[in-house]
Design a protein around this ligand. Structure first.
Ligand SMILES: NC(=O)c1ccc[n+]([C@@H]2O[C@H](COP(=O)([O-])OP(=O)(O)OC[C@H]3O[C@@H](n4cnc5c(N)ncnc54)[C@H](OP(=O)(O)O)[C@@H]3O)[C@@H](O)[C@H]2O)c1
Length: 310
């Protein structure tokens, strides 16, 4: 495993992070807790020290499974969790008010069975709450020792730069993969300039970039069946891209999943690619991307494939 410094913090995170969304079950269908535990143990054995979760993932189940699997190793790892998003009337809602976020921090501490959270991230921006209120509350949590560092997630450029007026922001968590690149335009370059560590989520586009899908795939879970990436012409185009990238990866004796992760890690602003995994086989394959530096020629070929696949 290789490690990168996370922004201005004292943390060094593994290039591959372990994303704990799917192991929470619920929106991802049934989770197999035994397999999830094995996956977390495999991650630890392979040097992964960075685990990302959220209170909404399986309504706390993800945080609990992570705590169980880590056991006494909790102090050896960096746990990032998120709060402020919740599910009500079949919709995801956001509340970053001081009252809500302080309760959310306490609830995550309980689920994670820990007395500190290494990185706490407001999950999604809440346009009904002034950012100053949210970050004043999080600063209090830092002062109380409940949180070591504050990060953000899914914030746009204005929200990020305003947040920096109120708190020391050490990291940002945006999605980034071959099929979702909007944060590459302004937010990621800004993070690089301001030395904010970028920990990207969904590097495999929820598994789409692993090469295991075909046009007739049946999607049983809510996460993927509700995602436009997995529908209609967008899905067909994505599958065509994956087929072309597969050949590209094979030239280097790598899989397309490893190519997708190596590409994310090739961005100079990125500290860690947070990869979700349901089992230890997936963790092992994903870690195989570490240390693979894509050449300029390979990067250009990728850009051509992305631009010319219809
Ligand atoms: N901040 C946010 O709003 C936000 C949003 C999304 C994600 N995240 C974070 O980022 C993490 C990763 O994102 P993600 O879970 O959306 O997607 P991802 O990492 O792009 O894909 C993960 C899923 O792909 C499948 N997979 C992974 N490796 C594989 C392999 N080698 N071969 C075949 N299948 C493989 C697994 O699901 P199956 O086995 O079911 O196919 C796995 O759960 C999350 O767990 C979460 O911590 C944060």
């Amino acid at each position: 495993m290789l490690y990168r410094k996370l922004g201005t913090s004292k943390l060094e995170v593994s290039e591959i992070g372990f994303g704990c969304w799917a192991i929470g079950g619920w929106m991802w269908g049934t989770a197999d807790d035994k397999e999830s535990t094995k996956a977390i143990h495999a991650a630890l054995d392979l040097g992964i020290n960075f685990f990302d979760t959220a209170d909404i993932y399986g309504h706390g189940h993800s945080e609990k499974i992570l705590a169980d699997a880590l056991g006494k190793k909790r102090k050896e790892v960096i746990i990032a969790t998120k709060g402020g998003a919740y599910f009500e009337n079949k919709k995801i809602c956001v509340n970053l008010s001081a009252e809500y976020i302080k309760k959310a921090v306490d609830s995550s501490l309980k689920h994670l069975r820990t007395d500190y959270i290494d990185i706490y991230q407001p999950h999604w921006p809440d346009t009904n709450t002034p950012l100053e209120e949210t970050f004043r509350a999080l600063n209090e949590c830092v002062a109380q020792g409940k949180i070591r560092y504050i990060g953000v997630s899914n914030f746009d450029l204005n929200q990020l730069s305003e947040s920096m007026k109120y708190s020391k922001i050490i990291s940002h968590q945006p999605p980034l993969n071959f099929l979702k690149r909007d944060y590459e335009v302004a937010v990621i370059p800004y993070c690089y300039k301001e030395n904010i560590g970028v920990v990207t989520c969904s590097p495999l586009a929820k598994g789409l970039l692993t090469g295991k899908y075909n046009p007739d795939a049946f999607l049983s879970d809510m996460t993927r069946s509700s995602d436009p990436l997995f529908r209609g012409d967008t899905f067909k185009r994505s599958l065509a891209i994956v087929e072309r990238l597969k050949k590209n990866a094979a030239e280097s004796h790598k899989t397309v999943a490893q190519l997708a992760i190596a590409w994310v890690l090739s961005h100079p602003a990125i500290s860690s690619a947070i990869c979700g995994a349901r089992n230890h086989h997936q963790v092992k394959e994903n870690v195989g991307a570490v240390g693979w530096q894509l050449s300029q020629k390979q990067m250009s070929k990728i850009e051509i494939i992305l631009a010319t696949t219809v």
